[in-house]
Write a protein that binds this ligand. Structure first.
Ligand code: ADP
Length: 591
């Protein structure tokens, strides 16, 4: 039932090409039937040879029958190729359409979802899961049609020639399937799920391991120091070994049985001859069935894998649905456009999906239009979450967020995007020219405008050192930009957008103080006249902020100006003291 609905859903992506899939099923079945015909002619050859023995010269039809057998074999192959061609045309279309649907849906989803799922996983689903449907539709489905047709025709043929031999040929197949039946069933689907999970865990940990290679190398460690990675490999190994052991008796019996049809035939032949001389028709049928029955093993093995293929595509579909079923945040109907640029978070509570505690609890923060407000506090305090909520990467669990007095939920998505700009800590630049990268913010901007914002964002030194200036493509050979340089270009991009509200996430580490100073100056130019929420890691950068909110464990611990907070002697005063000690330590260490 499930398989059907998966197929129906896949066909929904095929459009007019679905008929090609149906055609491929038909052609594949025809090809499977034709593939059995050579055996009929083989039978005739054996029949004739036995009839004329020992005067073999009288066997005049052998060559013709031989060529006819070859003819059918070739025809069967040609038709199979046609089946594959039509199945591929449709499968490529379907996989392409699934990818398009996924990408279109991802563009609608809030950024928070993308962050939570991880871009790696999303990429794998878009690429690999849609590719799995392609393998299924292009190869496995037509093969399945053949796998069903072949045994049906074979059973007819088995009984057509000599029903006694036919019955005996089927006996090992029935016994083999009985043995397999023990292995399959609901426990197999459960095991398959466990297998996929063990594999996914191991893959995830492998990615972590590769990320951690610099650390491993720096500290001269080995793979054994990645206990979790090793743990997932071990549990994968344990699972696969125990699963193999569990399957071994059934698999062994099945393989032995379906391949031993000839032994059953010999017993029958001995019974039929009853110890006397071999009658010619018995010999003829015996030879024919011995040649024909190995086909059963091949056909049955294909039937067996059908359910596994079904499971793989079901798994791919459920992964695809993990994206397609994610709801975009509700878009306000006839939304309202804020007329002012002040921001108010009122008693905001927020919990991440699957989180056990609130990431933010009863947080109230206000930033007047044109004011710069800084968020500081220990890591994990909730700064990034506040910034994400203002940009509506997620919706609040409780309380409200307003811009210019309008709840962000009531502001149309496009308006909100034009109103709030976010400079991320690790601003990603695309593999495109600097001009194109900056223009992403406003595709109709002129070259002069882009040059102006690059200048404002302190990027002159970057442009000068690049071979083709602003037309240099980032990521090409020999073009390398440091983190600070990338962030300055990202600032230029946001400048071009010219949104009235800015969220700045200061990068934590710059290689050199010169870069740091330039980024700082670019931030200042960008912030002029705007409402700014700044996530600050270096406290000197926010000394002049209008107000500072200190977040700890998801709530506002204290707020005020730098001077009042230092005088208050609370958490901020301690952070400030620690910060100054670390700066003087750095200066001392540099001497
Ligand atoms: P900060 O920016 O101050 O370091 P965050 O806003 O990143 O803090 O995190 C606040 C809390 O929310 C932390 O306890 C963190 O573990 C949790 N958190 C952050 N992102 C997620 C997420 N995607 N899923 C679940 N919990 C998260």
């Amino acid at each position: 039932m499930k398989k059907n609905s998966n197929l129906q859903e896949l066909m929904g992506y095929a459009g007019g090409h679905r008929y090609l899939t149906y055609l491929s099923l038909l052609l594949s079945a025809v090809s499977a039937i034709l593939a059995l015909f050579p055996f009929v002619f083989l039978f005739r050859i054996i029949q004739e040879v036995l009839a004329v023995a020992p005067n073999y010269a009288q066997a005049t039809h052998v060559v013709r029958n031989g060529w006819t057998a070859v003819g059918f074999a070739v025809l069967s192959i040609v038709i199979y190729v046609c089946a594959l061609m039509s199945s591929h045309l449709s499968a490529f279309r379907i996989a392409g359409n699934i990818r398009k649907a996924l990408m279109a849906h991802i563009a609608e989803l809030p950024l928070g979802f993308i962050g939570e799922m991880g871009s790696g996983k999303i990429r794998r689903i878009v690429n690999d899961s849609s590719a799995a449907t392609e393998t299924y539709l292009a190869h496995q489905l037509p093969d399945m049609s053949a796998a069903i047709t072949t045994p049906v025709c074979m059973i007819v043929m088995l009984f057509l020639f000599d029903w006694r031999f036919g019955l005996v040929s089927l006996l090992p197949v029935i016994l083999g399937f009985a043995a397999m039946f023990k292995m399959a069933g609901p426990s197999m689907a459960e095991d398959m799920k466990r297998y996929q999970n063990a594999l996914a865990d191991m893959n995830n940990e492998a990615v972590e391991y590769v990320r951690g290679v610099p650390v491993v190398k720096t500290f001269g460690q080995t793979v054994h120091s990645f206990q979790r990675f090793k743990g997932t490999i071990d549990s994968y190994y344990d699972f696969v070994m125990s699963y193999c052991k569990k399957c071994r008796p059934s698999m062994l019996s099945y393989t032995v049985l379906v391949n031993s049809a000839f032994a059953f035939l010999i017993v029958l032949a001995l019974i039929l001859t009853g110890g006397g001389p071999v009658a010619q028709p018995v010999l003829l049928n015996f030879i024919f069935y011995v040649i024909f029955t190995p086909l059963i093993a091949t056909a049955m093995t294909k039937v067996m894998f059908m359910s596994e293929n079904g499971m793989i595509v079901a798994d791919a579909m459920s992964r695809i649905h993990s994206i397609l079923d994610a709801e975009p945040l509700p878009e306000p109907r006839g939304g309202r456009v804020p007329t002012d640029n002040d921001i108010t978070l009122e008693n905001v509570t927020f919990r991440y999906t699957g989180g056990i505690t609130d990431a933010l609890h009863d947080v109230t923060i206000r930033a007047g239009a044109g004011e710069t407000v800084a968020l500081v506090g220990p890591s994990g305090g909730g700064k990034t979450t506040v910034a994400g909520l203002i940009s509506r990467f997620w919706d609040v669990t409780g309380g409200s967020i307003q811009i210019g007095g309008v709840n962000v939920k009531d502001i149309p998505k496009d308006t909100l995007m034009d109103t709030v700009a976010y400079v991320f800590q690790d601003s990603r630049l695309l593999k495109a020219s600097i001009l194109e990268n900056v223009r992403l913010a406003r595709p109709d901007a002129s070259r002069q405008e882009v040059e102006r914002v690059l200048h404002e964002a302190q990027c002159d030194d970057i442009i000068q050192k690049l071979p083709q200036g602003i037309d240099t493509v980032i990521g090409t050979k020999g073009v390398y930009l440091s983190g600070g340089e990338q962030q300055r270009i990202a600032i230029a991009r946001v400048m071009l957008k010219n949104a009235p509200i800015l969220i700045l996430d200061e990068a934590t580490a710059f290689a050199d103080p010169e870069n740091e100073a330039l980024v700082q100056r670019a931030f200042e130019k960008l912030s002029k006249g705007k409402t700014v929420i700044m996530i600050a890691h270096r406290l000197t950068t926010i000394k002049n902020a209008g107000r500072i909110f200190v977040l700890r464990e998801g709530h506002v611990e204290e707020s005020g100006t730098h001077d009042t907070l230092v005088a208050g002697g609370g958490l901020y005063a301690k952070l400030w003291q620690d910060y100054q000690t670390s700066v003087s330590w750095k200066v001392g260490a540099a001497k």
